[in-house]
Design a protein around this ligand. Structure first.
Ligand SMILES: C[S@@+](CC[C@H](N)C(=O)[O-])C[C@H]1O[C@@H](n2cnc3c(N)ncnc32)[C@H](O)[C@@H]1O
Length: 231
C-alpha cells in the first residue's frame, strides 16, 4: 500500500530536540521524567498478580517501574541503548522487537505505544510474530493501539507543565494518518513525526488472527487497550 512513498516501516519516522533521540524519533529525555498516567493500572487490571512480563519498546521504563513495584518481574526490550540506560528495575535486552527471539516464554507480552499501528504490513506481522513467539501457551498479549481521533485534526493538549501540539496532520490513502507531535516541557521542545495505520476493530482482530491470536478483550471504552491470547 505504501509502495513508492518515503515512509519508514515503523510508526515513528524520526524526531528532533535536546538529548538523545531513538531510531524511531522518540526523545529520551522527554520520557525520563514522564509519569505513568494510569497506563500501569490498565495493564495490571488485565494480568495475573506477579505475572512475568516481557515489555517490548519499554523506553526509559516509564511503565516498567510501576509494574515492578507491583511485584511483576519484567524483562524490558528496546532497540535504543540510550533509553535502556534509564531502566533500573528490570532485566534489559537491547534489540529490535522484530528480531527478538528469547529462549523463554512469558505470562504476559506487553507492546504499547501504538507500535502495532506501524504503517508497513510486513513490520506489523514481524512485531506480532515476536509477541506470539514469546508468550506462554496460557499467557496473554497486551497491546495499546493508536486512537484515530487523536490525529483527526491539528490541536493542542496541555497537562500540568506539558504542552503537546499535534500539527501537519495528513490523512493518507489506505486509512493511514500522519502528524508531527511537538512536546514542550519546562521550556524544552521535542518533535517527532508519526505515521500510523488505523484499524477498525474488525481489521485489528483479523490481523491478530492471522498471527495466531484471538479471544480479544478490550480493556478501555475507546478500545485502545486490549488483550489477546494464542488460538
Ligand atoms: C514512544 S517511546 C515509548 C516508550 C514506552 N513504551 C512508554 O510508553 O513510555 C517508543 C519506544 O519504542 C522503541 N521502539 C520503537 N520501535 C521499536 C522496535 N521496532 N524495536 C525495539 N524498540 C522499538 C523506541 O526506541 C522507544 O524507546
Amino acid at each position: 500500500m505504501l509502495a513508492g512513498m518515503d515512509i519508514r516501516g515503523s510508526s515513528g519516522q524520526g524526531g528532533s530536540g535536546p538529548g538523545a533521540i531513538t531510531p524511531d524519533g522518540s526523545p529520551v529525555e522527554l520520557y525520563v521524567d514522564a509519569g505513568a498516567h494510569g497506563d500501569d493500572e490498565v495493564i495490571a487490571a488485565a494480568i495475573p498478580t506477579y505475572a512475568e512480563i516481557l515489555e517490548l519498546g519499554c523506553g526509559t521504563g516509564r511503565i516498567t517501574r510501576p509494574l515492578t513495584a507491583r511485584g511483576h518481574q519484567v524483562v524490558a526490550v528496546d532497540e535504543s541503548p540510550d533509553m535502556l540506560a534509564h531502566v533500573t528495575t528490570a532485566g534489559t535486552v537491547c534489540s529490535s522487537i522484530e528480531d527478538l527471539r528469547l529462549d523463554r516464554r512469558f505470562d504476559v507480552v506487553l507492546m504499547m505505544s501504538f507500535l502495532i499501528n506501524a504503517p508497513d504490513d510486513a513490520v506489523r506481522r514481524r512485531l506480532l510474530a515476536t509477541c506470539t513467539h514469546d508468550v506462554r501457551a496460557d499467557g496473554v498479549v497486551v497491546l495499546q493501539r493508536h486512537d484515530r481521533a487523536s490525529f483527526a485534526e491539528p490541536r493542542v493538549l496541555e497537562r500540568e507543565d506539558h504542552r503537546l501540539e499535534i500539527a501537519d496532520v495528513e490523512h493518507l490513502p489506505g486509512d493511514v494518518d500522519a502528524a508531527t507531535m511537538t512536546h514542550t516541557v519546562a521550556g524544552r521542545t521535542w518533535s517527532q513525526r508519526v505515521v500510523v495505520q488505523n484499524f477498525t476493530d474488525e481489521q485489528l482482530e483479523a490481523l491478530l488472527a492471522e498471527a495466531g491470536l484471538g479471544k480479544v478483550d478490550y480493556l478501555t471504552p475507546d478500545h485502545t487497550w486490549l488483550t489477546a491470547q494464542l488460538l
